[in-house]
Design a protein around this ligand. Structure first.
Ligand SMILES: C[S@@+](CC[C@H](N)C(=O)[O-])C[C@H]1O[C@@H](n2cnc3c(N)ncnc32)[C@H](O)[C@@H]1O
Ligand SMILES: [Zn+2]
Length: 333
């Protein structure tokens, strides 16, 4: 943990200031082992392997802990980076462009392996805080520790150990995995400074009936209960089907006929959008869909009501890849 993260932290229990106590191990700028203490309620939070830990799965509700533990395994195994992540990220954040990040204090809520935290830092953010509940933070820390402007924190998005200091927050593919997505949405919005911006992307209920009707029961009763290593092997079967379809059909149709031709195929916009990804990334995507015990598919109406609930009536809300909702707006004006 870099010492200047302290200015962005606040106690998740009482919101008072966090102070650094007892440093046991420091490598250059990075505090690897130490204790943080709350000035208000005196709660102690450890820094372990360079990451401040504000939540422990052992003390979480069962549903949250099970979801975080599945994702922790996923991101520790699929720790690779891919050059196509930048374009994919801009698709999720649209209309935001890389220049938007310049000099901003940014929050990546549910950062997983830190792939987007890293991009936000490369795009010129003053500081980026990536927070995740799972052990994925260890992978994110390794991926970003050479960037002076990145800070990785372990904590619950619904009880953020952060002050209201952010110019921009984004949360991608995370809220749909919370027991109550709206709690996470409100929590993240509450950390944005007046006039700051928020981007959120979630899976949609619309156009995903084949998942909610046929895949969800299998995920709930079978795949999310498998040992992750077993699921890793099992998930190669649907990955092989998707991989062949994207390489032999969706990719060529998009190249020859353009994106509008691909739209006519089953799940065309989405499958053609991932057709350039290699096996490893496609395996990650399939594994990701099968591993989580909790996954909500959100209707457009619900998604719009989240934004209206925090007073953003002019959010830019749109469908993405015909299977999900993305939103962008200015909050706390
Ligand atoms: C599908 S992954 C997306 C990760 C990242 N946003 C990305 O796109 O690479 C969902 C992430 O949400 C995290 N997560 C789930 N529940 C959480 C919670 N209550 N607080 C913080 N993170 C959570 C998981 O650990 C996981 O890393
Ligand atoms: Zn406190």
């Amino acid at each position: 943990m870099k010492e200047r993260l302290l200015q962005y932290l606040a106690c998740p229990l009482c919101q008072r200031q966090i102070r650094l106590r007892k440093i046991a191990d420091k490598h250059d700028n990075e505090i690897m082992q130490a204790e943080l203490g709350c000035e208000g309620c005196a709660q102690i939070f450890p820094i372990v392997r360079g990451v401040p830990r504000f939540a422990s799965l052992a003390e979480m509700g069962e549903e949250k802990a099970a979801t975080a533990s599945s994702f922790g395994w996923e991101w520790q195994h699929f720790s690779h980076q891919d050059p196509r992540y930048a374009e994919q990220l801009l698709g999720w954040l649209s209309p935001v462009r890389p220049e938007f990040f310049a000099a901003k204090i940014v929050l990546d809520g549910g950062c997983g392996k830190g792939r987007h935290t890293l991009l936000a830092a490369e795009w010129g953010a003053r500081d980026v805080v990536g927070i995740d509940l799972s052990d994925a933070v260890d992978t994110a820390f390794d991926a970003t520790r050479d960037c002076d402007n990145v800070h990785i924190v372990q904590g619950d998005i619904c009880q953020l150990p952060l002050a209201r200091v952010f110019d921009y927050a984004f949360s991608l593919g995370v809220l749909d995995h919370l027991p109550n997505p709206l709690d996470g949405f409100n929590s993240i919005a509450s950390k944005i400074k007046p006039g700051g911006h928020l981007s959120v992307w979630v899976y949609g209920a619309e156009n995903n009936e084949w998942i909610t009707r046929f895949v969800n029961p299998v995920r709930l009763r079978f795949t999310s209960r498998l040992n992750p290593r077993t699921l890793l092997h099992f998930s190669k079967i649907p990955t092989a089907v998707m991989y062949l379809a994207t390489k032999l059909i969706y990719g060529p149709v998009k190249r020859i006929g353009g994106a509008s031709a691909a739209r006519h195929l089953f799940y065309g916009e989405y499958l053609s959008s991932i057709s350039d990804f290699g096996w490893r990334e496609q395996h990650t995507i399939v594994f990701d869909h099968l591993v989580a015990p909790t996954a909500h598919y959100v209707t457009r109406k619900q998604f719009e009501s989240w934004w209206q609930g925090i007073g953003v009536h002019d959010a830019v809300i749109g469908g993405h890849n015909q299977n999900s909702w993305r939103g962008f707006g200015q909050v706390n004006k």
